[in-house]
Ligand binder design. Structure first.
Ligand SMILES: Nc1ncnc2c1ncn2[C@@H]1O[C@H](COP(=O)(O)OP(=O)(O)O)[C@@H](O)[C@H]1O
Ligand SMILES: N[C@@H](CCOP(=O)(O)O)C(=O)O
Length: 321
């Protein structure tokens, strides 16, 4: 659907000289993105992805790209941004910020089995550990403060019942946020949007996480909850599939054992993760941005998930069987 800024091989002939990648041989627009202009780029040294950022600016991008570089340098399977001759990861192209990153092989696994969830769980835990010494800090920009800012913007569009659901959940999360348990949760850089469409698989082998542009520093368990709420559900109902949940959590726990506080926080965090995407989908639905050219994601999906996580028991974080 979206290549907002077009790029030709001619445009790249001198621009590419700043990168140690040789000449650009072919460029092909990627149509599936919704936010940026993405291209598969073939150069004399291999296959890459060129992104022209349509919304994020030169000040905002270094956090995300340096985080990806930091993780890639520590063996985490993520696109590695390529620095230019001055060590810069973000460079101007057609007056907009642009970056070249390594290309991940494969495609998204949209019907995951327990073994795919286990691959994701293990890599997520490795990513959290590898991010511990990342020196930059940026808060998760779609966290509690954003929920407070955004709730009043969508309220006028909601029925009384939905208003009540939203306010009650924000209130619950406020209360949980001020507990000693919440404050003790281990944290660091998180992906914060690790849905099925942001992970590549080649067959059953995970080849990488991408789309780090919602990343920020927050609790690791929130990242696990976001991931489980997408990877381990029946998409039609939002119900958790216990086998996939167990596979993901067990693989994560084997790499980075969960703490007791995280076990207590697990259900509230599954609710927080549902709230976060219900709210962003409501916002995009009722206040669409100009650049948003695709049909907005269905908010009712995460409303359903939130109701389920509030009302029903969830599989425990750790399990002996
Ligand atoms: N590093 C990469 N390696 C391989 N494919 C990629 C890479 N980055 C993006 N893509 C492809 O481009 C598509 C759009 O990327 P995405 O980050 O979702 O774009 P947007 O931010 O515009 O929504 C992805 O679905 C994927 O197919
Ligand atoms: N995963 C979010 C929307 C963000 O879209 P992405 O394509 O950038 O991951 C949702 O499903 O609401």
């Amino acid at each position: 659907m979206a290549v907002f800024t077009s790029v030709t091989l001619d445009d790249l002939s001198s621009w590419m000289e700043q990168f140690p990648l040789g000449k650009a041989l072919a460029i092909k627009g990627i149509t599936s993105g919704i936010e940026n202009s993405n291209f598969f780029l073939t150069t004399e040294s291999g296959e890459y992805v060129l992104t022209i950022f349509e919304n994020l600016n030169f000040e905002q991008l270094p956090f995300y790209l340096k985080l990806m570089r930091h993780l890639a340098d520590r063996g985490i399977l993520v696109p590695a941004p390529v620095p230019n001759a001055h060590g810069e990861l973000v460079v101007s192209l057609h007056g907009k910020p642009a970056a070249i990153v390594s290309k991940l092989e494969g495609c998204s696994q949209m019907a995951p089995a327990p073994l795919h969830c286990a691959e994701v769980g293990a890599m997520l835990a490795k990513m959290h550990l590898a991010g511990q010494d990342f020196p930059m800090y940026q808060a998760n920009l779609r966290s509690l403060d954003w929920w407070h800012e955004t709730t009043p913007k969508v309220m006028p569009f909601l029925s009384d019942e939905l208003k009540h659901l939203l306010c009650a959940e924000v209130h619950f999360q406020d209360a949980f946020d001020s507990t000693a348990i919440y404050r003790a949760l281990p944290r660091g850089p998180i992906h914060a949007d690790l849905f099925r469409n942001n992970v590549m698989f080649e067959g059953d082998r995970l080849t990488g996480f991408f789309d780090f542009y919602f990343a920020g520093c927050d609790t690791w368990i929130f990242d696990v909850a976001v991931t489980v709420n997408d990877w381990c559900i029946d998409v039609a109902t939002g119900e958790l599939d216990v086998e996939r949940v167990r596979a993901l959590l067990k693989a994560y726990h084997e790499v980075r054992p969960f703490t007791d506080d995280e076990s207590v926080a697990w259900k509230p965090m599954l609710r927080a993760a549902a709230l976060r995407f219900w709210l962003s989908r409501l916002y995009d639905y009722y206040q669409p941005r100009d650049a948003e050219m695709l049909t907005p994601h269905d908010p009712a999906h995460f409303e359903r998930i939130l109701r389920l996580r509030e009302s029903f028991p969830v599989p425990p974080l750790t399990c002996d069987v």
